[in-house]
Design a protein. Structure first.
Length: 438
C-alpha cells in the first residue's frame, strides 16, 4: 500500500531521503526478487499497470508518426524534428513543472495533463484522417503533446516516494523503465498491425484512449502533499537550482545524462531512419522494420530492468552504472554496423539492455540524493538535461546522416562519447568516484 501523507513528514531543506550508499536490498530480502519488490505496494502496482496501457498507446503513435514522416519525406531531418518536438519542451518546461510539483497537489495536475495529451492525440487522428497531416502539422501536434508531458513529468517523478520506500527506489525506477520498454515491445507490434489493417488514424485514436487508464488509476491513489514552501516561481527555481548544484551526486548525474543524451540517445529518434536504411522499402516495410527494431530495443531494456536490481544488490549501484556507461559506446558501434533487419534487431537488443542501465542508474542517483523538499525541482533539471540534449543531439545528427550516412554518424558519436568519458575519468576522478561509489 502507498504511504499516507502523515507517514511522509516533510524533510528539512538539505536533508536527504534514502539509505547511505551501498547495497540495495535489506537484510533478509532475496536478491533475485529485488527487482519485483515494489509490486507489493498497491499504489505502485496500480499506477504501473495503467502506465503500461498508456505507454503501449504512446508507442503506437510514435511508430506510426515516425513511419508516416519518413515515408512521406525520405529525410532523416524530418524524423529528428518529430523527436525534437516530443522532447525539446521537456528542456524548456521541466523547471516550471518541477517548481509546481513542489507546490501544487499532484493528482489533479497529473489528471489534467493526461487528458490534455489524449485530446492532442484525437486532433492528430482527425487531421491525418482528413488528409491534412503534413509533416509540419505532425511536428506541431507532437510538440504540444511534449509540452504536456514536460509539465507533468516532474510530478510523475516526485510521487515515487509516495509509492515505495527508499530502499526500493532502484527497483521501482527499473520497473518503470521496464514498463516503458514493455510498451515499446507491444506498442510497435500493435502499430504495425493497426496501420496495415486500419490505417494511421486508428493508431492515434488508440493512443488517445490509453491515457484514460492513467486518469482512472489516479482516482484510486492517495498522494502526499508537496513538501516545498509556496514561494514565488522564480525564487523557487533558483533554490532548486542551488540545491542541485550543492549536491555532488546530483550535479554529476545531471552532467552525465546530458552528455549521454546528446551523443548516444539520438539512436532512439533515428530508428525509423535505420529501418528505411535497412529495407529501402515503402511505407509498410518501413513501419514493419521500425516495429521490429523498436521491439528489440524494448526487449533488451526489459531484460536489463529485471537484471539491474539483483546485480546492484550484489555488486553495488555504482559499479553497475559505471559498467553500463563503459559498455554503451561499444554496443552503439555494433548497432551502427548492422546491414540487415535481423542484425539491427540483435544489436538494438543489446543497446536497449545497456542504455536501460545508464538511464535507471543516473535517475536513481538523483532520486536518492536530492533533498526531499527540493526533489521535484532537482529532478526537473535532470529532465532538462535529458530533454534538451537528446533533441539537440538528434537535430545535429540528422543532417549529418543525410550527408555521410547513418552508420558512420552513429559510430562517430559513440567513439566521441567514449573519449569524453575517458578524459573525464582521468582529469576529474572526483566525478567518476561520485557515480561509481554510490
Amino acid at each position: 500500500m502507498s504511504r499516507t501523507a502523515g507517514e511522509l513528514s516533510p524533510a528539512h531543506p538539505g536533508e536527504r531521503d534514502g539509505p547511505p550508499p551501498g547495497r540495495l536490498v535489506s537484510r533478509g530480502a532475496v536478491p533475485g526478487l529485488a527487482a519485483l519488490q515494489p509490486f507489493r505496494r498497491r499504489a505502485f502496482a496500480l499506477l504501473w499497470t495503467a502506465g503500461l496501457i498508456s505507454t503501449i498507446g504512446s508507442w503506437m503513435q510514435t511508430v506510426a508518426v515516425g513511419a508516416l514522416v519518413i515515408t512521406d519525406t525520405g529525410k532523416a531531418t524530418w524524423a529528428v524534428l518529430v523527436a525534437a518536438g516530443a522532447f525539446l519542451p521537456i528542456g524548456v518546461l521541466s523547471p516550471v513543472g518541477g517548481a509546481l510539483a513542489d507546490r501544487l497537489p499532484r493528482r489533479p495536475v497529473l489528471i489534467i495533463g493526461n487528458l490534455a495529451a489524449a485530446g492532442t492525440a484525437v486532433v492528430l487522428a482527425v487531421l491525418v484522417a482528413a488528409g491534412a497531416g503534413s509533416p509540419a502539422a505532425l511536428v506541431a501536434l507532437v510538440t504540444v503533446q511534449g509540452a504536456a508531458a514536460a509539465l507533468i513529468g516532474p510530478f510523475q517523478q516526485a510521487i515515487l516516494p509516495d509509492l515505495v520506500p527508499s530502499r526500493e527506489f532502484l527497483a521501482a525506477v527499473s520497473l518503470n523503465s521496464a514498463q516503458f520498454n514493455l510498451g515499446r515491445i507491444a506498442g510497435p507490434a500493435l502499430a504495425g498491425a493497426t496501420v496495415a489493417a486500419f490505417g494511421y488514424p486508428v493508431a492515434f485514436e488508440a493512443n488517445a484512449a490509453s491515457f484514460l487508464a492513467v486518469v482512472l488509476a489516479l482516482s484510486f491513489v492517495r498522494l502526499a502533499r508537496p513538501a516545498g514552501q509556496p514561494t514565488g516561481l522564480v525564487s523557487s527555481l533558483r533554490s532548486g537550482y542551488a540545491a542541485a548544484r550543492a549536491e555532488p551526486s546530483c550535479r554529476a548525474a545531471i552532467a552525465a545524462i546530458g552528455l549521454v543524451a546528446f551523443l548516444a540517445s539520438p539512436f532512439i529518434a533515428l530508428v525509423p531512419v535505420m529501418a528505411h536504411h535497412l529495407t529501402h522499402g515503402g511505407a509498410r516495410a518501413v513501419a514493419q522494420c521500425t516495429a521490429l527494431l523498436t521491439t528489440a530495443q524494448g526487449a533488451g531494456a526489459v531484460l536489463g530492468a529485471l537484471c539491474l536490481a539483483p546485480l546492484a544488490a550484489r555488486l553495488g549501484r555504482g559499479r553497475v552504472l559505471a559498467a553500463s556507461l563503459v559498455l554503451l559506446p561499444v554496443v552503439l558501434i555494433g548497432y551502427s554496423a548492422a546491414r540487415t533487419p535481423g542484425q539491427g534487431a540483435v544489436a538494438l537488443f543489446a543497446v536497449g539492455l545497456v542504455y536501460l542501465g545508464v538511464l535507471s542508474g543516473l535517475s536513481t542517483l538523483v532520486q536518492l540524493r536530492a533533498p526531499r523538499a527540493y526533489r521535484g525541482r532537482v529532478l526537473s533539471f535532470f529532465l532538462v538535461a535529458l530533454g534538451v540534449a537528446y533533441p539537440v543531439g538528434s537535430l545535429v545528427q540528422g543532417p549529418v546522416i543525410d550527408r555521410i550516412g547513418l552508420g558512420w554518424t552513429t559510430a562517430g558519436a559513440a567513439v566521441l562519447l567514449a573519449l569524453i568519458m575517458a578524459v573525464v575519468a582521468v582529469r576529474r576522478p572526483d566525478l567518476a568516484r561520485v557515480i561509481s561509489s554510490e
